[in-house]
Design a protein around this ligand. Structure first.
Ligand code: ATP
Length: 243
């Protein structure tokens, strides 16, 4: 696998890919690899977010979802997994995660936050939205039903986006007043969703070829996503009121 090396004048750039990853699947991995390659990122860090415990299914804890991500990316030195948000318990704000990740980098690094167009359309409502542009660049990719569109329609006004600059490979880039960039990255999408995978496991259908083999084995061995199995605290649903 080719690993882009920074050339003189190009800063080290590291991607940050947040999500519930419940579970991580090939759609996530293909997307991360494509953005990494197209933007010349040195690495992509997967950051599973916390989720409230679920009532009836054997849903994995944050630590278990992180473990699945680790299995999924094993053997790819350009991918990493970060436990920041699952360790914090409770909700985490992206701006805080980006600041914490920036502090952790051993050498000067620019972070690039990977975000689907569906989420980018809501970006102005995020916590400290105006400061997000200071914390990272943004790589926006299309999602089903959310084609790439002018980011000025959604970004906070304080970002004062200027552009676009048209780049190779159909990329377009806008610049924020903080000097960071918002790239629109026209990626292909595998139509795989975590919710469809959970539904398949719950009804006993195969998830082979939708997730890496090691992830499939861990899900089946751990009895994750099985409908009617014990909940996060190990209590069978029939023993609980209102289950
Ligand atoms: P669900 O189906 O439960 O909504 P999801 O896979 O869409 O799950 P997340 O795990 O939170 O949800 O996704 C993490 C990130 O991956 C999000 O930015 C989402 O836009 C993106 N993503 C999800 N599925 C795909 C896919 N098939 N191809 C590319 N990106 C995806």
């Amino acid at each position: 696998m080719s690993r882009p090396r920074p050339t003189a004048g190009t800063p080290r750039r590291v991607g940050v890919y947040g999500g519930t990853f419940n579970p991580v699947h090939l759609g996530h991995l293909v997307l991360a690899e494509e953005v990494r390659e197209r933007l010349g990122l040195e690495r992509v860090l997967f950051v599973p977010s916390n989720l409230p415990p679920h009532k009836w299914a054997r849903l994995p804890s944050g630590a278990e979802r992180l473990a699945l991500v680790r299995l999924a990316i094993r053997g790819n030195p350009a991918f990493g997994a970060v436990d920041l948000e699952v360790r914090r318990q409770g909700p985490s704000y992206t701006v805080d995660t980006l600041r914490a990740l920036a502090r952790r980098q051993p050498v000067p690094t620019e972070l690039v936050f990977l975000i689907g167009m569906d989420a980018f359309e809501e970006i102005a409502t995020w916590h400290e939205a105006e400061h997000l542009a200071t914390a990272a660049h943004f790589a926006v990719f299309p999602r089903v039903g959310h084609p790439l569109g002018d980011p000025r329609l959604h970004a906070p006004e304080s970002w004062k986006l200027t552009g676009p600059r048209r780049l190779r490979g159909g990329l377009r880039a806008w610049r924020t007043s903080a000097g960071t960039l918002v790239w629109l990255v026209p990626t292909e999408q595998l139509s795989i969703s975590a919710s469809a995978i959970r539904a398949r496991v719950a009804r006993g259908a195969s998830i082979r070829y939708l997730v890496p083999a090691a992830v499939e084995r861990a899900i089946l061995r751990g009895g994750l996503y099985r409908r009617g199995a014990t909940n996060d605290r190990g209590i069978p649903p029939r023993d609980r009121k209102g289950a």
